[in-house]
Design a protein around this ligand. Structure first.
Ligand SMILES: NC(=O)c1ccc[n+]([C@@H]2O[C@H](COP(=O)([O-])OP(=O)(O)OC[C@H]3O[C@@H](n4cnc5c(N)ncnc54)[C@H](OP(=O)(O)O)[C@@H]3O)[C@@H](O)[C@H]2O)c1
Length: 268
């Protein structure tokens, strides 16, 4: 069951899930619909988007879908326009897995820019737009989905890790400002999670000792932690975060790189 503290009076009546068709985003959609939230779901592929929308409508809530690429600047206006007549009390920005895992000098700047737009530019624009509307109402919640990758840099994830680090630091600073306006802000830090995107990328989830999260558990834990910002690390990953705070950065990067070579296929 969904945590009952996630109620529509505080965070409703509409929740917008950017990246709400699959994986953790779809789990958020199911749990919020069960709790009575109307939903706006955004993703690129129309198929999974419509499937998730149809599945959550069984809870009797209204669901709007928008097939948009959030790396495109125009997506922000399309999205805010589609929400102009509704009160979005909860913004969950979930889309953001690394879409361009190239070594920096081997990749093109356009490709890296897409990672930055998906993880920095668009979430900032949506947080700014919907945050102001939440401030007028004196209530609301904003969840930015982050990653353990935001605690260090590794080859082929230098831009992704940097963008995730940005999200976490932004969430921390904004958290206190937003709190004064009645808005809860949470950076939800995920470790390896069994999502369709990771299955398609061929991640080796069977590595000994690897903590692997399940989307339903992650969404449930994230919603329960919404009022306990600015940062919540998904349980089981606390030691990794502590380890990544070391001042011996070379040892950390080298060691993590060896692990990443086993986890992520070279062509991803
Ligand atoms: N899975 C993991 O192991 C893991 C680990 C740490 C952190 N995370 C974080 O968890 C979040 C979810 O990751 P994920 O593994 O589920 O993969 P993802 O590729 O971020 O997909 C999640 C959702 O976002 C949508 N999406 C992705 N790119 C989009 C774009 N350019 N425009 C619009 N929608 C887009 C996807 O649908 P479409 O593909 O149809 O657009 C899907 O609904 C990300 O922020 C990621 O950084 C994941």
């Amino acid at each position: 069951m969904t945590d009952l503290s996630i109620d529509t009076d505080r965070y409703g009546p509409w929740a917008l899930i950017a990246g709400g068709s699959e994986g953790v985003g779809a789990s958020f959609a199911h749990q919020l619909a069960e709790a009575g939230f109307n939903l706006v779901l955004v993703a690129r592929k129309p198929g999974p988007l419509e499937e998730t929308a149809a599945a959550v409508r069984v809870h009797g809530v209204e669901v709007r879908t928008l097939s948009l690429d959030l790396t495109e600047a125009a997506s922000v206006e399309k999205l805010t326009g589609a929400c102009a007549d509704i009160e979005v009390g909860l913004l969950i920005y979930n889309a953001g897995a690394n879409s361009y895992g190239k070594r920096f000098l081997d990749g093109e700047l356009d490709g890296f820019q897409g990672v930055i737009d998906l993880n920095v530019t668009t979430p900032l624009a949506l947080t700014h737009h919907f945050g102001r509307l939440m401030r007028e109402r004196g209530r609301g919640g904003i969840v930015l989905v982050g990653s353990l990758a935001g605690y260090l840099g590794t080859p082929r994830e230098a831009i992704y890790g940097g963008a995730k680090a940005f999200g976490r630091i932004f969430a921390e600073g904004f958290w206190l400002e937003a709190k004064e306006a009645g808005i809860d802000v949470l950076e939800l830090v995920l470790g390896v999670t069994r999502t369709p995107a990771m299955a398609r990328a061929g991640l080796n989830m069977d590595l000994p000792g690897l903590v692997v999260g399940e989307p339903d558990d992650i969404a449930r834990e994230g919603l329960a932690a919404l009022g306990d910002g600015p940062v919540h690390v998904i349980s089981g990953n606390e030691k990794v975060v502590a380890m990544r705070a070391t001042t011996d950065r070379a040892k950390l990067v080298l060691g993590t790189h060896e692990m990443m070579k086993k986890l992520v296929p070279e062509d991803h």
